[in-house]
Write a protein that binds this ligand. Structure first.
Ligand SMILES: Nc1ncnc2c1ncn2[C@@H]1O[C@H](COP(=O)(O)OP(=O)(O)OP(=O)(O)O)[C@@H](O)[C@H]1O
Length: 304
């Protein structure tokens, strides 16, 4: 089932085309929306939420048309905006309870859901202190909590790792993944960093200057290459020579030997040759691409 469908969706500002006839279907799970700054990620989210009007084409979220059925749609979605938009003089608890009530929850349920959600995102005693004194990481968690408190079926997270240090990024990415794994809530998450999305997403949509470059599963993006990574104890140069003598195509990358994988017999040849040379085999694995490499290759093709 598709949770998001767009057909020829466009958004033109005077002098700028933020989205250019975007047609894409997005299924359940965690989907990454990737693109450089200004690629049109926030614009797409705002249009899907009904916060901005498209200038062409159409879209639906959870089967609701974004134009004719926007109120019903908004009851079922959560939104974490990109920029800092939190009032500094109220606590996380006060803010999230307030927003839960605006989403229609009775007071008792709003309080209970707020406590659960803030605990889930990792805010504990601090939740009673004014938000103005929070770190960036804590503010991002409050924004995430308010997107989840009314138990939506899909959440839009706009650059949730923005401004976080590496540890904070890892924690936030783990939280994002758990939104789907623990609660079955689908996620559309944006980032300009391909590498971080490949770790947590099932599917990735890449846009550039408002144009769809690619939409595919992360597994397709990172499909195994026809190359074996071999690591041996001892001198890698000797290992490379011996493998080449055995008829394999080998190149060196630091201490790794990269061997063209002709067929399954290549594994046996590597094992026998390294054993014959008295080299211990530390690693023998089929290499996987990283999304960033694939993306760079495609970008090179486009610009060639
Ligand atoms: N209200 C607006 N008026 C005019 N141009 C706009 C407006 N909002 C966005 N744009 C332009 O549309 C393009 C897409 O912007 P958008 O914010 O969607 O990109 P983004 O991929 O989310 O990037 P970022 O991560 O920097 O926010 C940019 O060129 C931006 O300058």
């Amino acid at each position: 089932m598709h949770v998001i469908e767009t057909q020829g969706l466009s958004k033109r500002y005077p002098g700028v085309t933020a989205l250019d006839r975007l047609t894409v279907d997005i299924g359940e799970g965690v989907t990454g929306l990737v693109g450089a700054n200004g690629a049109g990620k926030s614009t797409l989210i705002k249009i899907l939420l009904g916060l901005a009007d498209a200038t062409g084409g159409g879209a639906s979220v959870l089967g609701h048309d974004i134009d004719s059925d926007a109120a019903a749609l908004r009851r079922r979605v959560g939104y974490m905006p990109e920029h800092d938009c939190l009032p500094g003089d109220v606590s996380a608890t006060e803010l999230v309870v307030h927003l839960a009530r605006m989403s229609g929850l009775p007071l008792d349920a709003a309080r209970e859901r707020t406590a659960d959600t803030l605990r889930h995102v990792g805010l504990y005693e601090e939740r009673y202190r004014p938000i103005g004194g929070y770190s960036t990481g804590m503010k991002q968690r409050v924004k995430l909590a308010q997107a989840l408190v009314h138990d939506p079926e899909i959440v839009f997270l706009d650059e949730p790792t923005n401004g976080l240090d590496p540890v904070g990024r890892d924690e936030m990415l783990a939280l994002v993944r758990r939104i789907y794994d623990d609660f079955g809530i689908s996620v559309l998450v944006t980032s300009h960093l391909l590498g971080e999305l490949e770790r947590i997403c099932d599917h990735v949509v890449v846009i550039d200057a408002g144009v769809l470059l690619r939409s595919s599963s992360v597994a397709d993006f990172t499909q195994a290459s026809a190359e074996l990574a071999v690591e041996v104890t001892g001198d890698p140069a000797a290992g490379a020579d011996a493998l080449a003598d055995a008829g394999l195509t080998v190149r060196r990358e630091g201490h790794l030997l990269l061997v063209d994988l002709a067929d399954d017999a290549t594994y046996d040849v590597v094992r026998d040759v390294t054993a014959g040379q008295g080299l211990g085999l530390v690693r023998l694995e089929r290499r996987r691409h990283h999304i960033a490499e694939v993306f760079e290759e495609e970008a090179d093709d486009v610009h060639a």
